[in-house]
Ligand binder design. Structure first.
Ligand code: NAD
Length: 469
């Protein structure tokens, strides 16, 4: 569904009216187009004392072809970047900011005490007005639970408050994320930065991502434009909406896609599959025989590399008015059946080593929602499944993660009454709803062979929605 206010607020007349009346002025977000560079503009690098990731970052920026400049507090950057053949220099002077930049990246991994937080102030105070529209901010730290002293854990945890506030202050389609990078996960930075610095992450903001040591085989894609080349990917609920967008992005990234939906959706399913050169699989995942049917289909394909549990349903009623079968249907399709399918696929060996399971939760599962006790229980359960299964599946070299979409422009949200729909659209830092492709790009990032350091993560695709924040 299109957002006509977004178009109006960006027209010459509309922008004057919106500014006179103090109405929100959301910016059309930049989205990924094949062939684009990862970052369209320079990256300003900053760091606190004893930053650990600067050498790894220099390698990543070289690999992605990013132009960098260094904040005055990081004079060592030139000595790291120049030997790699990167043109770089100091950004600004002591009292004047330098050029406008597309991204700010701050290495906070060396912070061990809150007294050192001035380094964050200096960098973001100097640079806050110099980020271009739809820019990116990344703060890199160490997960508090991995820290060796309470003081270190405290200052590392404090980075969350900074990052979430930056995401709210910078506006203009700029996103900000915190990435906790484990020791030994430095080689996982490239895959994460290729997503988080690029327009692929247009509607992901204020998220905390944990990069751990790789799970299973480490295999960077041979061609970053087709990271899923040769991979077999099942997408459930693929006949329309977010599922169709996921199938499309997976196919664009080189995957052989298996599109699944209920037999009643056969027409839409066939249309999507035909358009993408994919297989169509008509199967109700809620049925008792679904897990075995999927195992059989996967084994016939020689095993699957990625499973995306996207299919989901809503049957909204307040709990006092809800019939038991509505409760059961939602919990079954959205949660229990996914647990059964995962168990069957793993036990039968139908998922290959290095496989990825990606689930779709919802901000309803984080914030709760009136009339959605069944749905919110199922979507919170998806988060529980991801977090509890991650260490179990890691032993088999399999990762499991979830996305939690906020307000996404689909048939489901088009059916929401106007006032509630407008509130859902605007109550986030981007001032607009997300597109199905935004969810799909995030899922493709989890699905990538470059994401073996990502497991047990839940990333919201919600433009920093105020709900559940
Ligand atoms: P949608 O209703 O347009 O699509 C869901 C698809 O799943 C449909 O094609 C449907 O036929 C299929 N499906 C339902 N039950 C099935 C079953 N038993 N077996 C096989 N297929 C089945 O919904 P959507 O908006 O595209 O949502 C996709 C996912 O994203 C869902 O899990 C939903 O809960 C979640 N989500 C959506 C939003 C949003 O704003 N649209 C927000 C948060 C989460």
């Amino acid at each position: 569904m299109s957002d006509s206010y977004l178009g109006f607020a960006n027209s010459p007349l509309g922008s004057r009216v919106a500014s006179m009346l103090g109405l929100p002025q959301p910016l059309p977000l930049e989205r990924y187009q094949p062939g684009q560079p990862v970052v369209r503009g320079s990256v300003l690098v900053g760091a606190g004392p004893d930053a650990k990731l600067l050498p790894a970052l220099a390698g990543v920026f070289k690999a992605i072809g990013a132009q960098t400049v260094a904040h005055r507090d990081v004079p060592q950057w030139m000595g790291l970047a120049n030997p790699l053949g990167m043109m770089t220099g100091r950004w600004g002077t002591d009292d004047q900011p330098g050029e406008k930049v597309k991204a700010l990246v701050f290495d906070a991994t060396g912070l061990t005490d809150s007294g050192q937080s001035d380094a964050l102030y200096r960098f973001f105070h100097d640079a806050a007005r110099s980020v271009l529209p739809c820019g990116r901010v990344l703060v890199l730290g160490r997960a508090p639970e991995s820290c060796t002293t309470p003081r270190q854990a405290t200052v590392q945890r404090a980075l969350e408050g900074l990052t979430r506030s930056l995401a709210k202050e910078l506006k203009r389609g700029i996103t900000a994320q915190l990435v906790y990078v484990a020791e030994g996960a430095e080689d996982q930075l490239e895959g994460a930065l290729r997503f988080l610095l690029s327009p692929r992450s247009a509607y992901v903001s204020a998220q905390v991502v944990r990069l751990s040591k790789p799970v299973g085989p480490v295999a960077a894609p041979q061609d970053w434009a087709q990271p899923l080349a040769g991979k077999k990917v099942l997408v459930t609920g693929a006949s329309r909406g977010i599922g169709a967008a996921i199938a499309e992005v997976m196919a664009r990234d080189g995957a052989q896609v298996i599109c699944l939906d209920v037999p009643q959706a056969q027409a839409g399913l066939d249309e999507v599959a035909q358009r993408l050169g994919a297989k169509a699989l008509a199967q109700d995942i809620g049925s008792a025989e679904a897990p075995q049917a999927l195992v059989d289909a996967a084994l016939l394909d020689g095993g699957w590399d990625v499973v995306v549990h996207n299919a989901g349903i809503t049957r909204d009623k307040t709990i006092a008015n809800m019939k038991e079968h509505l409760w059961q249907a939602v919990v079954n399709v959205n949660l229990s059946t996914q647990e059964r399918i995962n168990d069957a696929l793993v036990a039968s060996g139908a998922l290959k080593t290095g496989a990825r399971i990606v689930c779709v939760s919802s901000i309803s599962g984080i914030a709760g929602n009136l009339g959605q006790t069944n749905y919110a229980l199922s979507k919170a359960g998806v988060i529980g499944m991801v977090q509890s299964m991650a260490p179990v599946l890691a032993e088999q070299g399999i990762t499991i993660n979830a996305v939690a979409p906020g307000f996404i422009e689909t048939q489901m949200t088009a059916a929401v009454p106007f006032a509630i729909r407008e509130a859902g659209r605007r109550m986030n830092s981007m001032g607009q709803g997300g597109q199905p492709v935004d969810v799909a790009e995030t899922i493709a990032w989890f699905a990538s062979p470059a994401s073996s350091g990502l497991t047990g993560n839940v990333v919201r695709v919600c433009g920093q929605s105020l709900l559940g924040a």
